[in-house]
Write a protein that binds this ligand. Structure first.
Ligand code: NAD
Length: 484
């Protein structure tokens, strides 16, 4: 049986307490590994290592930083198969998704921010005849990066890579449900020549290991991705120390389909944007608003396509829908399917747990589910489900659909399908959303700001936004010599 350990000061080691936790394969419901259960003592060791490594890493030439980060990217890419299998086993996601999305993106995060380190510049402001200002962007020192289970290596590296590129050392914590690929990253960092202590990885639960990272006084900033409830708790803890914090949280994303859209492209993409990773992507759309004149056709085609999705062994390259992450999460998703029916919704397709054959019989599989007939103003349409469940709602006018789309506490990502240019601009600007995709979904340029409004987050990741978050500005004003 595998065992995943902390990575501290360039070495793998168990918890000081000796405690471990079970790691479950969600497609079988069986334990397949153990992981060290970290707490404050392990976090203290990691912070000590990160602090010791900090001065030298800050002073490492930018080109050297880039070379190391690029090497990490290359080594991840070389081991694409190994990483994809580990990610799929740990999460229950289809291996094709891990191969095409998760792992390549983790590699891109390192190469992108490695390059960013060498392109990053800061401002100067001239006050004619008086002085000039130049602004330094100093690394913060030791920072904490905490990530969720849905895109484990992808989201972990989306934080770690800019933190390192900006000259910080890192104490990171992946989700306790999905420790595998983060554990593999340590070895790769050593091979790539990342000095010991620059990246430290602590495993364990949120309350034990996560809070110890957030509360540690020598950790100068927290970059967190996860649920809104935990994000709020972290914001409170950070406020006590006036610690910098970036929060990427939940969503209840609208997909708005107008009758004049490019229908086939929309249909194909909407299947992905609804059900990729079993709907467990923070950017997946869960409320699909369809213009009334297209509603019947769309519903029938969407149901037809959804029924064709293959639910099965995540390791099978032909599988479209794998398992949900855990039994608890599956129960939560099923409870929302029940709630939808209590609220007057009708299940157009799906709605059931799936019992596959053989060792997958105890896995956490749920059919992709389409619900119709719900009013916008109900819990099913307002609360985050984070599973393969969508609600389809007809609309008549642009104003009506914008109002319904905005009628949620969340504001992460929206999708608009229309070929009417003016309408695309109008609706995009009226949506309360950090990200709007027009006629596409998940098309990501890593330079663009990434994040949500309202309860979906605080701050932005990506490009220079991330480099700014992981640095502190210091302005220096130099007076010009006084001419008599
Ligand atoms: P979660 O909030 O339960 O956990 C996220 C991470 O925080 C885990 O590593 C967990 O161990 C840790 N944690 C939990 N409690 C903590 C505490 N008190 N202090 C410090 N750390 C703590 O979220 P999850 O269930 O792992 O992930 C699903 C959620 O993440 C969904 O709400 C989803 O929308 C959100 N998400 C958001 C984005 C985004 O970019 N906005 C991306 C992916 C997922």
């Amino acid at each position: 049986m595998k065992s995943f350990e902390h990575f501290i000061n360039g070495e793998y080691r168990p918890s000081v307490s000796g405690k471990t936790m079970d790691v479950i394969n969600p497609s079988t419901g069986k334990k397949y590994a153990t992981v060290s259960a970290g707490d404050e003592q392990d976090v203290n060791l990691a912070v000590t290592a990160a602090k010791a490594a900090s001065p030298a890493w800050m002073l490492t030439p930018l080109a050297k930083k880039q070379t190391i980060l690029q090497k990490i990217a290359d080594l991840i890419t070389e081991r694409l198969d190994e990483f994809s299998e580990a990610e799929s086993l740990d999460t229950g996601k289809p291996i094709s998704l891990a191969r095409e999305l998760d792992i390549p993106r983790a590699a891109s995060n390192f190469s992108f921010f490695g390059a960013a380190a060498t392109q990053w510049s800061s401002e100067s402001h001239v006050m004619p005849s008086q002085a000039f200002n130049f602004t330094l962007r100093d690394a913060l020192g030791v920072v904490g990066c905490i990530s969720p289970w849905n895109l484990p290596l992808y989201l972990f590296t989306w934080k770690i890579a800019p933190a390192l590129a900006a000259g910080n050392t890192v104490v990171g914590k992946p989700s306790e449900l999905t420790p595998a690929t983060a554990a593999m990253l340590g070895k790769i960092c050593n091979e790539a020549g990342l000095p010991p202590g620059v990246l430290n990885i602590i495993h364990g639960t949120g309350p034990e290991a996560g809070e110890a990272i957030v509360k540690h006084e020598d950790i100068k900033a927290i970059s967190f991705t996860g649920s809104t409830a935990v994000g709020k708790r972290i914001a409170v803890l950070c406020a006590e120390q006036l610690k910098k914090v970036s929060l990427e949280l939940g969503g209840k994303n609208p997909i708005i389909i107008f009758g004049d859209c490019d229908y086939q492209n929309m249909l194909q993409t909407t299947i992905r944007s609804a059900f990729s990773n079993q709907g467990q992507i923070c950017l997946c759309g869960s409320r699909i608003f369809v213009e009334a004149n297209l509603y019947d056709k769309f519903l029938s085609d969407f149901i037809f396509r959804t029924k064709r999705l293959k639910i099965g062994d995540p390791m099978d390259p032909d599988t479209d829908i794998g398992s949900l992450i855990s039994e608890a999460h599956m129960n939560k998703v099923m409870s929302y399917i029940d709630l939808a029916q209590q609220e007057g919704g009708k299940i157009a397709t799906g709605g059931n747990q799936v019992k596959l054959k053989g060792e997958l019989g105890e896995g956490y599989f749920v059919e992709p589910t389409i619900i119709t007939g719900l009013e916008q103003d109900c819990r099913t349409n307002k609360e985050e489900i984070f599973g393969p469940v969508v609600s389809i709602i007809p609309f008549e006018t642009e104003d009506e659909v914008v109002a319904m789309a905005n009628d949620t506490n969340y504001g992460l990502a929206s999708v608009i399908w229309t070929n009417h240019l003016a309408r695309a601009h109008r609706v995009s600007s009226n949506l309360q959303s950090g990200i709007v995709w027009v006629n596409c979904w998940m098309l990501r340029d890593l330079r663009t700001p990434f994040g949500g409004v309202k309860q979906s987050g605080l701050g932005r990741e990506g490009g220079w936004e991330a480099m700014r978050f992981f640095t502190e500005a210091k302005n220096i004003t130099v007076a010009y010599p006084h001419n008599e």
